[in-house]
Design a protein around this ligand. Structure first.
Ligand code: GLC
Length: 801
């Protein structure tokens, strides 16, 4: 640890805990030191000898290893090499997606398996080739190798191949060329680009190459290393330190891959609508009065605010599930007041339970055997904010149920969301791994195991405990959970933020690739601490970060203890007015964001998408990481450089509208776009629909392409709960000079009372008929009663830039 990091750590944890961290590291080393050393050499599996047919695949046996291959759907296949502990199905919600007919064959040096969509060639030596329906090879795995309990294999990479995913990474969007570690980790209060690993790794990648796209998910929670072409440019080496070598391989275009992957690991549920608004946080607002003052500040400055987060200082001595009654004498009264202003309250919950015999959660947990133990039977103790703590074993269903009950009192007090932190899990140490010793025992649903297997699952299962409790305790509300750590499947339970990122321009730029990478790993809801966590952003950096975050799923202002205050008014003008404008824009965007959230819940499509989502066959889009798509309608190009008042934007093939001026541009083109401090380059794709909240009510903005058809949708419901909803899908096409819009309605929610307000861009309607009846037109807008078909006569408008 360098001196700067050490000082930062002392500032955050206090001198006393920092000194104890020396003891913690020493104790951890004592345990780690007892690990047996591994045999030195890797050896390939001995040749497979026999194929045993299975209804949906086959099993291949050899003298020292077995390979099982099962198709879950024609385009999804699971491969499992054993020996090794099979994973508990924590990531998985379904064992099978569709019926598949598998054809098996034999050839000179092995066997073949084929579904309607893909074919596998299994060579006796263990090499596996994946082909598409036309016989083109899109993945080749060399025979796997073993060393002790570890597995590794080599996957060939094509020269042009790009790789994405791996969960949360402070790395370029295209992950190729580096080594990544799969071991969730708190980087220690601050990190910048290049730090690895971070809090939330997911062992999957999405590959794009000239022959198409595929996704591979390794269902193995043990520590792993993903060397994606760093040691050998044309190969990836994947190494797991334990467990069976199991992977799911999906074939198809990116949107289909995410749809299939989230069919297997679970879809991100629809969040409550308020969660898509703006969240204000700070470590910490230390008293009820301070919280009231913040809310007042937002009101007085005309700044929309949807949630306030209470960081660790609301607790009594950092004891989880307690409240400091001196500083927060009546939490429920405070929450009611905030609710009255439309502000929800989110409280932080850390997994570490203070080892304090005078504290009920500790006492009860010890009595009922809820905490993790060392192999000698003693409770494992680690250091977190409260000092020495013990830790619930979330791999035990009884512990999850017990833990979940503790949310009840908060719910009764009106808390609407929970923020789970330090769940990598993190335990402070003066050196080495800031987590549990690997030999700490875990229940693993009763079958037993240790921290080597449970570590990466800890955050996922903490969220599962809370999610299941919230669904049980308040059946009429959608849970809102925010987590720092997680694993595959975390999208079923929680949102995430990018943790303790430093306050720098480089970190702002990194945020885009990090959020995009999470989305491609199945985690659609994420966002950064605006301005960076651990530092003092300049007014300009704060503004640029604020503008970028306004288009990310999770939009929160948060900062570390000891940093200057960061509520938008602190910076004075022009920052205050700019923040206000972007907060109001966010509110305008809510109907669109909410529609995207619904889409994510149906298909797993991330809200924030890389540009190649438009066309994965266009290599020009493969590495763009300084801009992103929000849904399929918006292209957002944040300003990422100090002093810049213009920036270059790559517009993909198609027609584009400048959001601010309606000026039209044609892609593909690299364009220089003005970006004064109060603007960021923002484009709307022609042929798309943007539902926005306008003063007159929700307005469906149709951005008409002069040549092509268009489509879009609008989702509505009560904003929370599980009541009726309505989806309106619109499709339009040109018929000569007239535009024909077709609406398909789904769902039980009643039609909007005032009908649909439509505003046209790139087209001025002169006359309109809704299902044959004339509708008055005013300028470029009209209000139509609920219709199936709307026909418009008018003229296209061209406003070139
Ligand atoms: C961790 C979190 C940070 C939080 C702090 C205190 O560093 O990442 O967001 O403010 O702990 O709880």
């Amino acid at each position: 640890m360098d001196l700067r990091k050490a000082l930062l750590a002392i500032r955050f944890v206090g001198l006393r805990t920092a000194l104890r961290a020396v003891r913690a590291a020493w104790e951890r080393d004592r345990w780690e030191g007892r690990e047996v050393s591994e045999p030195a050499a890797w050896s390939p599996v001995k040749p497979l000898q026999r194929m045993i047919p299975l209804p949906d695949g086959a099993r291949f046996t050899g003298p020292d290893a077995e390979l099982e291959i099962r198709f879950l759907a024609p385009d999804v296949v699971r491969l499992t090499w054993t020996p090794g502990v099979l994973p508990l199905p924590y990531a998985i919600v379904r064992e099978r997606l569709e019926e598949v007919r598998v054809a098996r064959g034999e050839q000179a040096d092995g066997w073949t398996l084929e579904s309607e969509a893909l074919g596998l060639e299994v060579r006796a030596d263990g090499r596996i080739c994946f082909r598409d329906g036309a016989g083109r090879i899109w993945r080749v795995e060399d025979p796997p190798e073993r060393r002790g309990e570890a597995w590794r294999h080599r996957v060939r990479l094509r020269p042009e191949e790009r790789l994405y995913g791996l969960g949360e990474r402070a790395a370029p969007l295209n992950r190729r060329g580096r080594i990544y570690r799969m071991w969730n980790r708190d980087p220690g209060g601050s990190y910048g680009p290049g730090a690895d690993p971070l809090y939330l790794g997911i062992p999957l990648w999405l590959s794009l190459h000239a022959e198409g796209a595929y996704l591979v998910f390794y269902e193995n929670p043990f520590e792993a290393s993903f060397d994606l072409g760093a040691s050998e440019p044309d190969a990836a080496w994947v190494t797991f330190t334990g467990g069976a070598l199991r992977e799911y391989v999906f074939y198809g275009p990116p949107s289909r891959l995410l749809e299939r992957y989230t069919a297997l690991t679970g879809r991100p549920p629809l969040p409550p609508r308020w969660a898509l608004g703006f969240h204000q946080s700070r470590w910490s607002y230390e008293s009820a009065e301070e919280v009231r003052a913040v809310a007042r500040g937002f009101r007085d400055h005309g700044l929309p605010l949807h949630a306030i987060h209470l960081d660790i200082d609301y607790m009594d001595g950092y004891r989880v599930f307690t409240v400091d009654r001196r500083r927060f004498p009546d939490l429920s009264e405070l929450i009611r007041e905030l609710e009255g202003q439309g502000i929800r309250t989110v409280v932080i919950v850390d997994p570490g339970v203070k080892a304090d015999p005078g504290y009920a959660v500790y006492r009860e947990g010890v009595a009922r055997g809820m905490f993790c133990r060392l192999p000698d039977g003693r409770l494992y103790r680690g250091l977190v904010w409260p000092g020495w703590c013990v830790f619930p074993d979330f791999t035990d269903p009884e512990v999850r149920a017990w833990w979940g009950e503790h949310y009840r009192a908060f719910l009764e007090a009106g808390v609407t969301g929970f923020w789970h932190d330090m769940n990598e899990p993190t335990a402070f140490v003066a050196w080495g791994e800031p987590t549990f010793p690997r030999r700490v025992r875990h229940a693993m649903e009763g079958r037993g195991g240790d921290h080597r297997e449970a570590h990466n699952l800890y955050g996922l299962l903490m969220n599962r405990a809370a999610w299941e409790a919230l669904r049980r305790l308040q059946s009429d509300r959608r849970p809102f959970l925010l987590t720092r750590s997680g694993w595959a499947g975390i999208q079923r339970y929680a949102w995430t933020w990018t943790g303790d990122v430093e306050s720098s321009w480089a970190a702002l730029r990194q945020t885009l690739a990090t959020v995009l990478g999470l989305g491609l790993s199945g985690v659609p809801y994420s966002g950064p601490d605006i301005g960076g966590f651990s530092g003092a952003p300049s007014a300009e950096l704060f503004v640029r970060w604020f503008q970028a975050a306004a288009f990310m799923p999770f939009f929160r202002n948060h900062a570390a203890k000891g940093t200057p205050r960061r509520e938008p008014w602190v910076f004075g003008e022009p920052v205050l007015s700019i923040a206000r404008a972007f907060l109001r824009l966010r509110v305008r965007l809510l109907p669109y964001l909410y529609t995207l959230a619904w889409e994510a819940a149906q298909t797993g499509a991330p809200l924030v998408r890389p540009l190649f989502w438009l066309n994965e066959q266009d290599p020009a889009l493969w590495e763009i990481e300084d801009a992103f798509l929000l849904g399929s309608a918006l292209l957002v190009a944040p300003v990422l450089e100090a002093g810049a008042r213009a920036r270059e934007v790559f517009l993909p093939t198609g027609e584009w509208y400048d959001f601010w001026s309606d000026a039209q541009r044609a892609g593909p083109a690299r364009v220089l776009v003005e970006a004064p401090l109060d603007r960021l380059p923002l484009f709307v794709r022609a042929g798309s629909l943007l539902p926005l909240a306008e003063p007159e009510g929700v307005t469906l903005h149709l951005y008409v392409s002069s040549k092509e058809e268009g489509e879009g949708m609008f989702y509505e419901d009560a904003g929370d709960g599980f009541g009726p909803c309505r989806v309106d899908r619109f499709e339009w096409r040109w018929e000569g000079e007239s535009l024909r819009i077709h609406r398909i309605r789904e769902g039980e929610l009643s039609e909007p009372e005032g009908g649909f307000r439509l505003e046209f861009h790139g087209f001025t309607p002169a006359r309109a008929w809704a299902d044959g009846r004339p509708v008055p037109v005013e300028g470029s807008t009209l209000v139509a009663p609920p219709f199936t078909e709307l026909i418009l006569e008018g003229r296209p408008v061209r406003s070139p830039a």
